[in-house]
Design a protein around this ligand. Structure first.
Ligand code: GAP
Length: 467
């Protein structure tokens, strides 16, 4: 765990870039440890006022690019708690499991493949024991056998008393029947609505259904700040294609997604690494998967995946529901079960990639400064408006006028009259505000303001009406 991950503010000169980002996120109100006030809740994170703005901007950019601007994509927003048949049909009940290993000495539990290099979730006890790593908690190397641990969070739906050991047999049976799961991926909310959408808006294949929302995974070892959480948000698209076109459609989506990551989110192409996942490491339903890796400051990690899921999901929904999932081509009358290309990206992983790219340290007049060079569309605030002096009512009044005018036009405008002007600039640099607008005594004479640029620190005089 990194120093600042616990929420401690740490000003050690040896802090890594990652620790600096974690610290900034807490200090400036982007991301707090979940349930911080009660000592935290592993694998959960809360977004503060600045984080919510960043997250909403990312969501809007994604939705605008993939849904609003396209004629072949449509949105859905399914319930988080779904009928448990969903997870039987999708295979999650049987196979959504990670390899759990327990230390026989201290009884700490870990994800086995994360304690050794070069192994996937399918690691066996024999493979693990051949390497026999030390327990990260007690330092011994006395391990049990690997067990499969299902990562779905179970809950009970309805008026049941699951925890009452003295309850009647009827209560216990009711509790067993009432088990439901928090969805571990948003994708199944799309597959289960495929027929509803086809029967109501008659889209032409190829078409995609897009969803953004929360997913829950009881990760054995949540870690790496917001990269592996127990509660995360996913951007998922299920793109329904004619079976024989899957390769072309896969390639199109792949290229479009890479453009989205670089052109819209501003990520460096050089930090993206497209990994062709070998057959033995792919989910069993996938005939091709690319993991798009990102070089975070502390190492490479999966940012998103693009998978060809064949007709696995729709065929299973058809079997489990008894409903026909065939698509009928309006022009030719041909019927087929569409195959699916699925790009899936986690919001938290995208946020950390964006923050790592944006986090910059430089010097202004010999003084070190920290800034977030966020693309304007992602920046929580587009402008900060300040009166040069807060004890001069005429400056404050004029600054309020400019603030209200800008807020009408751009919405995301902040006001800052704390400390001196230098401190205000430092603060706005750290939260990524592209422009600071300062109202001074000249403004009262000629209606011009100083506009300071975040990245260059250059200042220009601009007429208020030109802002
Ligand atoms: N529907 C396919 C699916 O869920 P996945 O590879 O398990 O595939 C897709 O997840 C993406 O969701 C990942 O690439 C990652 O960005 C994000 N993700 C998955 N598990 C996560 C976790 N525990 N914490 C944060 N993000 C996660």
């Amino acid at each position: 765990m990194w120093a600042a991950e616990t929420g401690e503010t740490c000003y050690n000169i040896f802090m890594s870039k990652m620790d600096e980002i974690v610290s900034l996120c807490k200090r400036r109100g982007f991301i707090f440890p979940g349930s911080d006030i009660y000592g935290g809740m592993a694998g959960t994170w809360d977004f503060g006022p600045l984080g919510v703005l960043l997250k909403n901007n990312l969501r809007d950019i994604w939705w605008n690019y993939w849904v609003d601007k396209r004629d072949d994509m449509f949105g859905v927003d399914a319930a988080i708690i779904m009928n448990p048949i969903t997870w039987e049909a999708s295979g999650h009940t049987a196979t959504f499991a990670d390899p759990l290993i327990e230390c026989n000495d201290c009884h700490s539990r870990f994800r086995a493949d994360k304690l050794v290099d070069g192994y996937s979730e399918s690691i066996t006890t024999e493979e693990f024991k051949a390497i026999n790593p030390k327990c990260p908690n007690c330092g011994k190397a006395n391990w049990g056998t690997i067990r499969k641990f299902n990562m779905m969070f179970a809950t009970h739906v309805g008026a049941v008393l699951p925890e009452d050991e003295n309850g009647s047999e009827e209560d216990k049976a009711l509790a067993r029947r009432s088990i439901a799961y928090l969805r571990p991926e948003t994708a199944q909310g799309i597959f289960t609505n495929y027929k509803n959408v086809v029967d109501t808006i008659y889209p032409s294949v190829p078409f995609g259904l897009c969803q953004f929302g929360k997913s829950f995974r009881n990760e054995i070892s949540p870690r790496d700040y917001i990269l592996r959480d127990r509660e995360c948000s996913q951007f998922e698209i299920e793109y329904f294609v004619k079976p024989e076109t899957w390769e072309t459609e896969f390639e199109k989506i792949r290229q479009e997604y890479i453009s989205f990551l670089t052109d819209k989110l501003g990520l460096d192409k050089a930090k993206l690494n497209e990994l062709e996942v070998p057959e033995e490491d792919r989910a069993f339903y996938s005939k091709r998967t690319i993991d798009v890796m990102y070089s975070y400051p502390n190492g490479e990690e999966e940012l998103m995946g693009i998978a060809y899921r064949t007709d696995y999901d729709l065929s299973n929904v058809a079997k489990a529901s008894g409903k026909n999932m065939e698509y009928r081509d309006k022009n030719t009358g041909e019927t087929f079960v569409p195959h699916v290309i699925e790009p899936s990206m986690g919001l938290e992983r995208a946020i950390l990639a964006i923050l790592s790219k944006a986090y910059t340290e430089d010097e202004i007049n010999g003084e070190k400064r920290v800034l977030l060079k966020l693309p304007e569309a992602l920046a929580p605030y587009k402008f900060c408006v300040s009166p040069l002096l807060k004890n001069k009512p005429e400056l404050v009044e004029k600054a309020k006028f400019v603030y209200n005018k800008l807020k009408e036009k751009y919405t995301f405008v902040t006001w800052d009259d704390s400390g001196n002007i230098g401190k205000r600039y430092r603060k706005q640099d750290e939260i990524g505000t592209p422009k600071c607008v300062v109202i001074d005594f000249d403004t009262l004479e000629d209606d011009t303001v100083t506009v300071r640029d975040r990245d260059t620190a250059e200042q220009v005089r601009v007429k208020i009406e030109e802002l």
